[in-house]
Structure formats: C-alpha cells, structure tokens
Design a protein around this ligand. Sequence first.
Ligand code: ATP
Length: 369
Amino acid sequence: MAGIRIEGLTKQFGVTRAVDEVSLDIADGDFLVLLGPSGCGKTTLLRMIAGLIQPSGGRVMLADRDITYLPPRDRDVAMVFQSYALYPHLSVERNIGFPLRAARRPKAEIARRVREVATQLELDGLLARRPRELSGGQRQRVALGRALVRDPRAFLMDEPLSNLDAKLRTATRTELTALHRRLGSTFIYVTHDQIEAMTMATRVALLDRGRLEQVGTPTEVYDTPASVFVAGFLGSPPMNLLPARASTRDGRIVVTADGADLPLWPGTTDPVELTLGLRPEHLRVVPAGAPAGPGEARLTGTVTGLENLGSEEVGWVSLGTADPGTGRPAAVAVRGPRPLGLAIGTPVTLTTTPEHVHLFGRESGRRLA
Ligand code: ATP
C-alpha cells in the first residue's frame, strides 16, 4: 500500500493520554476526515503525522517508509493551519513561493510553480497584495497555495474553515472537494463539524477520548454506527438512545423500552441490557389509537417542544418514564417535513419499523444489530 499507515500511535501528555494506540490505513487519494468532540485528540494525531509532535509510541509509515521520527520538512506532507500562519509582511506571491525559496529551488521554477498554483486557486489577480488586504476566504486559499506549491504527497489540514462565515464555509467546502478530486492527492482533515465530515470525506475516522471508534465512508458511519458514541455524535438531532431490555417471550425475542414492547428485532438476548437507537428522521407521527402496522413498534409520550428548521421541523417528545441514567424523563426527537402536525402539551404516538432500529450493548456501548 502506497498511502499512509498509522500503527498503534500513542501520545501521552503527563497524565493525559491524548491519542491512545490509534491504527489506521489511509489510502493514496483518500479524503480522510478525523472527526470528534473537542479534546478527543484529533489535532495531536494530525500533528504526529506532520512531525510536529513526537509520539510516545507507535509508527507512521508513508509509502512503506517509516517516517515516525523524520523532521516535518523531510516528510512529503504539507500542513494547512487553522490560523493560516501567513507572513503578514510578504505578498501573496512570496507567501505561496516561500517553501520553494526555503528549499533553494531555482528562481524560474519558483515563478512557474507560483503562477500555476495561483491559477489553480484563482488568486492570479491578487499576487501583489499583502494578507491584510485579503478576505478570510482568500487568505485561506493562499495558505492552501503555500501547501500546494510543494506538490506534496499528502495535505494535512486542521480546521481550515473555522475562521470563515457560514456562507463562505459552504462555498469553500465545495471548492475543497473539487480541488481534492482534481489533484488526486491524499487529504487528512481535522474537524469537529459533522457536516464538513459528511460532505467532503471519502472516509471518516471518529475519535473519542484518544481512541479510534470507527472508520468508514460517511454513509457507513451514519447508517451503521459501531458504537453508542458514534450514534450519539452524528445526526441533527443525533440518534435517540433509550435504555432497553431484551427478553424471550413465547419463544420470541422482545425488546422493551419505555414500557413499550417492540416486536421481534433482529439481534440477541445476550446481553439483555441494551441501548436502543432510533434516528429522529425514522420516527413517524401517527394519530393516537391508529392500529399498528405489521412489525411496527410504537412509543407514546407528550410533545414538549417544537423547532422550525425551515423545510423541516423537529419535535421533542417526553416519554414520561425516567431515564435510569439521568433520572430525568426520557425524551426523543422526531424530525420530518414541516408541519409535523404536533402541538405542545398534547399526547403523541410515534412508530418505527425494524430496519431502522439500532441495538447496542448497554455495558459495552458496541453495536449488536
Ligand atoms: P479541539 O477540537 O478542541 O482542538 P482536539 O480533538 O484536537 O481538540 P487535542 O488538541 O489533540 O484535541 O488534545 C487532546 C488532549 O490532549 C486534550 O485533553 C488536551 O488538553 C491534551 N493536550 C493537547 N496538547 C497538550 C499539551 N501540549 N500538553 C498537555 N496536554 C495536551
């Protein structure tokens, strides 16, 4: 494999294990997004790949070469920082050409490469300007240009869009995806923003407390989350997670949650203590008293809140029973085209079908079905 291979990579800062034995294969041409909440170790992992942080254990291989202890400049990778780290006193042209000048490349080659990169990123007309004379989006492109000019094997990016406003961020997402397709090089991209991950990644790696929870395509991690953590991290609102029990009745497995019996779900009776996962968009509001369809499960509760998202609406439904974890009434979110037909304070029945049910072990948090 010619890409990047991470083997058991670990970083200990005093008592904090920032990255905990992460192993990951990143194929040539992948757009890999490292995704997770603040403090999960994304930046530390990226910086170890860049050579900016020395690992406490494990290896980084680039095209089957061990680069774990190679200085950053000798790795065939380029880093784009959140702050862009542009030189304020240098023109756009000199900022982009900086890595080639530092490497003492011939003048003619530097001029040619800078022109090529400027054209690629539509910075042609801005080459004489200083960073302060640029918009946030333009600065971001200059930072990208400075990485691009070296023609590296992989681009490492740490939240490069976080300083842009919402509209520009959306536009830049599309630009980055197009750039990745055009260059065909490997991108490793850190973010805590699931939309960025879902829209740009060819593969997503989810991290929690320094551990790798799951790696897969955006569709795989969304449709079949490997753990309660992944299920509860992705989606807006994220997957509803309810304590449930499995028992055998009349020779069939029944999952009971919130006092409601869900008919036979694929799965297992071992363990019997489960966490049941239901995506808000997979719950359907039905009129009270309507007969259940074949195989349908239903939950009943009271509407406690409504959120207008424009074309869609989110309803919050209190199930009336206490969540044993928190002691608070268990609540679920339901999401669908507006109007959902809900009114605050009124009873509601929600249904779902077996193919949309996710089951996790309560103790392990790992996916069962
Ligand atoms: P964010 O999204 O907030 O940037 P992150 O996922 O990138 O978070 P890291 O910056 O990699 O997380 O940090 C992971 C853990 O390591 C955190 O608990 C952090 O406090 C700790 N940490 C990071 N750098 C150091 C350091 N130089 N010294 C001590 N602890 C550190």
